[in-house]
Write a protein that binds this ligand. Sequence first.
Ligand code: ADP
Length: 159
Amino acid sequence: MRKVLYPGTFDPVTNGHIDIIKRARELFDGVVVTVAINPGKTPLFSVEERVQMLRESLKDFDNITVDSFDGLVVEHAHQVGAIGIIRGLRAVSDFEFEFQMALMNRKLAGDITTVFLMPHEKYTYLNSSIIRNLAELKSDVSDFVPPAVLKKLKEKFSK
Ligand code: ADP
């Protein structure tokens, strides 16, 4: 069973992330989507909310599981039995940071390979922070996020 880990903040998950996850599940037997707990960031949604939104959005796919972790990505990859790490590349601007991380992770764990996937071009300008800003300003983000996320954003910013 060739499993891969897709780590991210997912604050919240967008259709760009979903596009990457669907591509990964076609290439590998299983995908573990994992919400990384990053003490340096103050997220809009709690870890539990982010996991819940991912689970709801991915419930129709049997080879995808969702969890969360606190610590090193490569250690979590070993824990879940993954052979690689999936990352999404949107534009050249993502490349430098992702390249550094991939090489550092290879240094930390030579048996874990980072695989980069590109989303459909309609998602290349999409990120979670733009979605949070638009939703706060009550703009319609229904083209960019799964229905479960749209509902949670509306609740968050209804006051
Ligand atoms: P992080 O805070 O670790 O970047 P994100 O949840 O924002 O976490 O992203 C996780 C991964 O998904 C990263 O590899 C990022 O480049 C990728 N990603 C984010 N948004 C998109 C998108 N619209 N299309 C493709 N990949 C994306």
